[in-house]
Write a protein that binds this ligand. Structure first.
Ligand code: FES
Ligand SMILES: [Fe+2]
Length: 362
C-alpha cells in the first residue's frame, strides 16, 4: 500500500464502466459487505414481510416469533418459484406454485402429498437465510454468512448516532426520494464522500446549512465520518433548537459501501442508500425521518430544498463524470490528498479506493 506521502491516483476508468468488472464486483464486494434492506417499520408485527431486490437477488425480510427479523432468498426450495411479493403478513410462508409451506423461521412444514416421498429429509429442507442485523431500526443484510457484525465494521457509530439524534427510537421514514443516476454507483458514493466540490457546486448547502471551514472526513473502521459545524445561525435556511446537545453539529456516517446516515444541524436525520443496477446506472434513495413518520413541515421544506439544490447539483456532476469515464481521452488524475485533511482534501477518496481494492482483491 502507498504511504501518505505518495501520490494517489483515481481508479482506472474500467472499474466504473466495464460490465465484466461489475459482475466481478457483484460476486465479491457486493456479496460480502453490509447493505441496507429496509426500515423496521415496514414489518412491525409477527408475520409481516417485505420483499426487495438487492444486487440481482430477490430477498424478503420477515418478522418471526419473538420479534426476530430474518432475511431469506425469495425462492422456494422445491422448484424455485418466487415465494412472496411486495409486502404483507402471513402465518406461514406458502409457495404459490405447489403450496409447499414454510414456518416463519424458514423450516419446511408441509407440502401436498409429501408423505408419499420415500426417504425425504424434511428437516434438511429450509429457506436459505441471509445474515441480517438491525442497526437502530435500519435493517441491513450481508450475503457473507461469516461476515463480522456491524459494530466491528463501523466501531462507535451506533453510539454516536444515538447521541446525535436523541429522537432516533421514535423515528420512522416520512418520505423516500428516488433518484436515478446515469453513472456507476462508486462515482456517486465518491461524490458524496468528498467536499472538495462543495463550495464550487453547492451554494445552499455551503452557505445555508454547514460551515465548510471546519469540514473534515475521517475513517472510523469502514465508516467515513464527516463532521463540521452548522453555518452562522442567521445564515441557516431553517430554525434550529439550540437547547439540544449536538444541535449545532453536522455529521455523516458513510457505512461502506453504500449507505449513509446524515445528521443535519438541529439533530435531523436523513439517509442515503445506493442500489447499483449495472456498470453505468444506479439509484440513490434519500430517506427523510420524522417522529412516527408523521408529516413535519420543517423536514419537508428541507427535503424539497435538498432535492432542488444539492441533489440536482450532484446529478449533473456524477453524470458528467459517468460520461467522462467512457472517454478515450481520460487518464486517471492524482487525488488532492492534503496531509492536514480538511474540506479541500480527497483523502477520503483514497480510503474508499483502498477498501474497494481490498474487497475485489486487486
Ligand atoms: S416451487 Fe414452490 S412448491 Fe413447487
Ligand atoms: Fe455534492
Amino acid at each position: 500500500m502507498n504511504s501518505n506521502t505518495d501520490l494517489h491516483f483515481a481508479l482506472e476508468a474500467k472499474y466504473y464502466t466495464s460490465p465484466d468488472l461489475f459482475e466481478k464486483e457483484r460476486s465479491s464486494l457486493q456479496s460480502k459487505t453490509w447493505l441496507f434492506a429496509c426500515h423496521e417499520s415496514e414489518i412491525p408485527n409477527e408475520g409481516d414481510y417485505y420483499a426487495f431486490e438487492l444486487c440481482g437477488e430477490n430477498l424478503f425480510v420477515i418478522r418471526g416469533k419473538n420479534g426476530q427479523e430474518r432475511t431469506f432468498y425469495n425462492v422456494c426450495q422445491h422448484r424455485a418459484h418466487q415465494l412472496v411479493k411486495s409486502k404483507g403478513n402471513c402465518r406461514l410462508i406458502i409457495c404459490p406454485y405447489h403450496s409447499w409451506t414454510y414456518e416463519l423461521e424458514g423450516k419446511l412444514r408441509s407440502g401436498p402429498n409429501l408423505n408419499a416421498v420415500q426417504n425425504l429429509d424434511r428437516d434438511g429442507i429450509k429457506l436459505q437465510q441471509v445474515k441480517t442485523e438491525n442497526f437502530h431500526g435500519f435493517i441491513f443484510v450481508n450475503f457473507d454468512a461469516n461476515a463480522s457484525g456491524m459494530d466491528e465494521w463501523f466501531p462507535g457509530v451506533r453510539e454516536s448516532l444515538a447521541e446525535y439524534v436523541p429522537d432516533l427510537p421514535l423515528l420512522k421514514p416520512m418520505q423516500w426520494i428516488e433518484i436515478p443516476e446515469k453513472c456507476n454507483w462508486k462515482t456517486s458514493v465518491e461524490n458524496h464522500s468528498e467536499c472538495y466540490h462543495c463550495q464550487i457546486n453547492h451554494k445552499a448547502f455551503s452557505e445555508g446549512v454547514i460551515d465548510p471551514s471546519t469540514y473534515d472526513i475521517q475513517p472510523q473502521g469502514y465508516c467515513l465520518r464527516h463532521t463540521t459545524q452548522m453555518n452562522k445561525f442567521e445564515a441557516m435556511t431553517y430554525d434550529v433548537d439550540l437547547s439540544i446537545p449536538h444541535a449545532t453539529d453536522y455529521t455523516t456516517f458513510l457505512l461502506w459501501p453504500m449507505f449513509a446516515f446524515q445528521v443535519y444541524p438541529g439533530n435531523m436525520l436523513n439517509t442515503y442508500h445506493w442500489r447499483p443496477h449495472d456498470a453505468d446506472h444506479c439509484t440513490v434513495w434519500r430517506g427523510w425521518f420524522s417522529i412516527n413518520g408523521e408529516f413535519d413541515e420543517v423536514i419537508d421544506k428541507l427535503a424539497v430544498q435538498d432535492r432542488a439544490t444539492t441533489v440536482a447539483e450532484d446529478i449533473r456532476l456524477v453524470e458528467s463524470v459517468g460520461r467522462g469515464l467512457k472517454s478515450r481521452g481520460y487518464k486517471p488524475g492524482p487525488l488532492v490528498v492534503d496531509p492536514a485533511c480538511g474540506v479541500n482534501s480527497e483523502h477520503s477518496i483514497m480510503h474508499l479506493h483502498r477498501w474497494f481494492r481490498e474487497a475485489i482483491e486487486l
